[in-house]
Design a protein around this ligand. Structure first.
Ligand SMILES: [Zn+2]
Length: 406
């Protein structure tokens, strides 16, 4: 019996594009859907009965940090990579239990974690990674306080970023991350919350530096994801060819036009500000950084509404740190205040798959796509809490039942 073979009988499954349910049996062979409406009569494979349940494609979280076992990111750089990996295994296993069969790590994860997941050593979602984020001196991934001068940029330290300045240096760093297998390059294009010396309203990297990274990513058929909050930071990044904006909480109307013009994506993550307000200090966020949170939280909901009404490609993201990871599914409930549930589900499936360059292969139930599914007890289109507050009763990844019994 092939472990990647499975038949899901009597499925009420969501056709993501149509936004409606279909009924039937789903057949997965060797990890991929072969048929979505036939009546397979074969008896040589494992079967599960999904009668009465609701079946969705496996979820994709487009903004995670699987190594961020603490909210004190600057301190992460002094941890042993081996120690961090043990935490990562726990965090990724939990993500899978919540129904996230794929995640995109946007600073911190590397080829080692990716390979461990592929080889089955590490139980967790499929991992798309960008290696270390590129940050200018004093930028969002510069871990130093004002009195510190040393930056550990060794390949094996656990810090999520590397500090580089100048066109030649950022180009070399981008090439180096691509050499190590990065699926995308992450840059810090503006100020952030969990960083010691920058301001939320700063822009980071020169246009020449951003353009150089975009050139390198595109040369490798990859793309650039940029951390940016303000309209000023977002708009210059989009003009320079950045394809994926992370956060975007303070975007303006011009940003919306630029997203559409460039067919770019925004991955918001309201839940992390919600969680940081509630619990950030308890998990290591400094008082000073905690105070930056309210600025971006207020803007976030307005920006989500603006982006949704404008027709921007929206992706599901969470960006949770440390012990706050457990709120990963709460983003569904926060977004539901502004966005119809079917469109939130699309942001965590089909739109997300397009962002990570796996359209038709992930985030959809269709012949040829990976057999990644979640089975829910209630209809999420009527009751978002089945996604936001409960775990799927079964999680299936490449035809294998990897979690059961929510
Ligand atoms: Zn992040």
């Amino acid at each position: 019996m092939n472990p990647g073979d499975l038949i899901v009988r009597n499925a009420t499954w969501l056709d993501i594009e149509a936004g409606d349910y279909c009924e039937g049996d789903l057949e997965i062979r060797d990890g991929r859907f072969v048929d979505v409406d036939a009546q397979p009569s074969v008896s040589d494979v494992r079967e599960i009965d999904a009668a009465g349940a609701y079946v969705l494609p496996g979820l994709i979280d487009c903004h995670v940090h699987v190594t961020a076992h603490t909210a004190d990111l600057p301190a992460l750089g002094t941890d042993s990579p081996n120690y961090v990996a043990m935490h990562t295994a726990r965090l990724m296993g939990d993500m899978l239990d919540r129904g996230f069969t794929t995640v995109r790590d946007v600073a911190g994860a590397d080829y080692g974690l990716h390979d461990a997941q592929v080889e089955g050593l590490l139980r967790g979602p499929r991992l798309f990674f960008g290696g270390k984020a590129l940050s200018q001196t004093g930028g969002h991934a510069d871990p130093r306080g004002r009195g510190e001068s040393y930056v550990d940029s060794s390949a094996t330290c656990s810090h999520i970023g590397r500090v580089v300045d100048g066109v030649d240096a950022v180009r070399a760093a981008a090439r180096d991350e691509l050499r190590k297998g990065a699926h995308h390059i992450k840059i810090m294009a503006g100020g952030g919350v969990a960083s010691p010396t920058d301001r939320i309203d700063s822009t980071q990297f020169s246009l020449d530096e951003i353009t150089a990274v975009v050139e390198e990513a595109e040369a490798a058929n990859r793309y650039v994801a940029a951390h940016a909050y303000t309209g000023r930071a977002i708009n210059r990044a989009l003009r320079a060819g950045v394809r994926s904006i992370e956060h975007g909480n303070l975007m303006d109307d011009e940003s919306v036009a630029l997203f559409l013009e460039h067919d770019a994506f925004v991955t918001m993550n309201l839940v992390t500000y919600w969680a940081l307000m509630e619990e950030g200090r308890e998990f290591g966020l400094s008082q000073e950084n905690w105070e930056k949170v309210s600025v971006v939280l207020d803007g976030g909901m307005t920006a989500l509404e603006r982006a949704y009404r404008g027709g921007v490609n929206l992706c599901y993201g969470t960006d949770l740190l440390g012990g706050m990871h457990r709120h990963q599914s709460r983003e569904f409930a926060l977004r539901a205040e502004v966005v119809p549930i079917i469109d939130i589900i699309r942001s965590a499936t089909s739109t997300a798959a397009r962002l990570i360059q796996r359209e038709g292969e992930l985030g959809v139930i269709a012949p040829g796509a990976f057999g990644d599914l979640i089975v829910l007890d209630r209809d999420p289109l009527r009751d978002v809490s089945v996604l936001a507050d409960a775990r799927p009763s079964q999680v299936i990844q490449a035809g294998k039942v990897v979690a059961a019994g929510g």
